[in-house]
Design a protein around this ligand. Sequence first.
Ligand code: GDP
Ligand code: MG
Length: 385
Amino acid sequence: MDPVTLIVLAVVGVLVLAGLIGGGIWYARRNRELPKPPTKGEVSPTRPDGETATPGGGTDTLEAPTDPGAGTALAERPEAAGTRLQRLRARLAGTNNPLARGLLNLLSADHIDEETWEDFEAALITSDLGVGPTTELIDKLRTRFKVEDVRDTDQARAILREELVRLVDPTLDRSLNLDRKDGNPAVVMMVGVNGTGKTTTVGKLARLLVAEDKDVLLGAADTFRAAAAEQLATWGERVGVPTVRSHEGADPASVAYEAVSQGVEQEVDCVLIDTAGRLHTKTGLMDELGKVKRVIEKKAPVTEVLLVIDATTGQNGLVQARIFREVVDVSGVVLSKLDGSAKGGIIVQVQRELGVPVKLVGLGEGPDDLAPFVAEDFVDALLES
Ligand code: GDP
Ligand code: MG
């Protein structure tokens, strides 16, 4: 072989080798990058400007859903709704939950004296239960402990459980209207202040519905920021449901109307409308929320207006609740971020203030971290954590 051929062969060999190594690195990097956080996810390839296929048919064009948290796909069946609140116990354990700690202190006291009651009262106030409900509970407990001559922990625990459940009110109707009715899909509007967890809750709720074999359609009526529609569409991909969306700055009412129209046409079970985080101080934006509802209802009735309140914001959540109630008929509250150091007492105050039940609670950022609220289970989680 002449030297020129040899050199040519050597150069080709080196190039091929470099290509293989480079490709390998690219492949490895690409795979590593797959589980990206949803906030920066690529624009949903499935729904540019609401061009949706049927929800069922649309799912096969979706990319493999990814779970940024765990890095695993969400192909497996979502956790059943009934077992979810039990996880709250584990979430509360080891956290600085003042209510759970206050209960524990009361129950573990050798002798319940004036000081024990005062400490318990302080714990209740810290847990955002509010002055009214706290006084009510303490009075009731003191009377019952005396009248029933409470001597041991089991007895005390039983009374405590009863009175706490009464306070959280197990008689409220917490059922969610998420089924088709009179030939229309259920239509849910998710409302609330920025950052409370609306978009995340829409995603988690969609997954819960998918678990029940329901056809779901998402509507990205938060057109305030481009990232908002992307975040929602990414959730849609993760849980395998289509998202109707438009461009940044589009009229939110039109997007919502379009989503509901498509839901009606495609005979889906439920349309979930994500809305912008209306600043409750900006009247114009709040009016817009009312408009979104009115425009949707030209097509189909809104069956649930869920107000998302961040459990960690305390009294601020109450202020928000009051203002939102004036603009839309809130039918249920989602108390998000009840995990971590959330206080939980706010449930009682919000229900009293709004006259509307807490229907769902958020227990984390994961796709299965949303649970239907059950008064007894909640109290048990507090007492046993
Ligand atoms: P939005 O502005 O109301 O749509 O709020 P997002 O849905 O974007 O949520 C704001 C932040 O709160 C995100 O980082 C979520 O992951 C987080 N978040 C939402 N719900 C929960 C929850 O139940 N627990 C915790 N720990 N974080 C949550
Ligand atoms: Mg949002």
